[in-house]
Design a protein around this ligand. Structure first.
Ligand code: DC
Length: 222
């Protein structure tokens, strides 16, 4: 038996703009679990590699940056990378443009997947949000949710979050990142066979959270 079977892991995957972060945070609050934004970890490695003037296509160099990364992500939401508060910088356009390249390197993924598993084991579980949580990180998660939304809705949400006015540019960037994230060889974005898909295009945040809470309750026999 795999010791992970006793963990209460809720896996929330899906493409950018599907509503994962907002929903995962609220689900964690409702279930009194901690929340881990795994995308922020890939962004943190990207930030550190850029600061080290690393060639982002150099898999070995970026992998070394990932292995050496001192990363703190307290529940209050800050992301501290090698001692620097990078909470804002990791969401900036430079990191956003480069993160898919970094996330495609197998060594980077192996390092971060290991840290994500350790994070959950230390806490008895948690709500993990990302692209490969249900398919790779915790295939035995109690509940696996795959959030989607139409391209139009996803672009509108991202434009709102970023305060961007050029909706077409945001849509083009999302499409580019989706393509990179789903076509890479290492752990591409994909829906796990047994994940439950929720299309959030026409649902309120509260409706999505209630649906997930119900699914987790049912899966746990509560
Ligand atoms: O969710 P986000 O936009 O912050 O994710 C940033 C990038 O990291 C995105 O291009 C996909 C990648 N990512 C990944 O490959 N695996 C994860 N578990 C989470 C994010």
């Amino acid at each position: 038996m795999n010791s992970d079977e006793s963990l209460v892991v809720v896996a929330i995957d899906g493409p950018a703009g599907s509503g994962k972060s907002t929903v995962a945070r609220l689900v964690a609050d409702r279930l009194e679990l901690e929340y881990l934004d795994t995308g922020a970890m890939y962004r943190a490695v990207t930030f550190a590699a850029m600061n080290a003037d690393c060639d982002l296509d150099d898999a070995a160099a970026v992998g070394a940056v990932a292995s050496a990364l001192a990363l703190e992500m307290p529940p209050s939401g800050e992301v501290v990378v090698n001692g620097h508060d990078a909470t804002t910088a990791i969401r900036g356009p430079e990191v956003t443009a480069a993160v898919s390249t970094v996330a495609a390197h197998p060594d980077v993924r192996a390092e971060l997947v290991g840290r994500q598993r350790e994070w959950a084991r230390e806490r008895g579980g948690g709500v993990l949000e990302g692209r490969d949580i249900g398919s790779v990180v915790f295939p035995d998660a109690v509940a696996k949710i795959y959030l989607t939304a139409s391209e139009e809705v996803r672009a509108a949400r991202r434009a709102g979050e970023e305060g961007a006015t050029d909706r077409d540019a945001v849509a083009a960037d999302l499409a580019r990142r989706d393509a990179l994230d789903s076509q890479r060889t290492a752990d591409p974005l994909r829906q796990a066979d047994d994940a439950i898909e929720i299309d959030t295009s026409h649902l309120s945040i509260d409706e999505v959270v209630a649906l997930i809470e119900e699914l987790v309750g049912r899966a746990r026999g509560l």
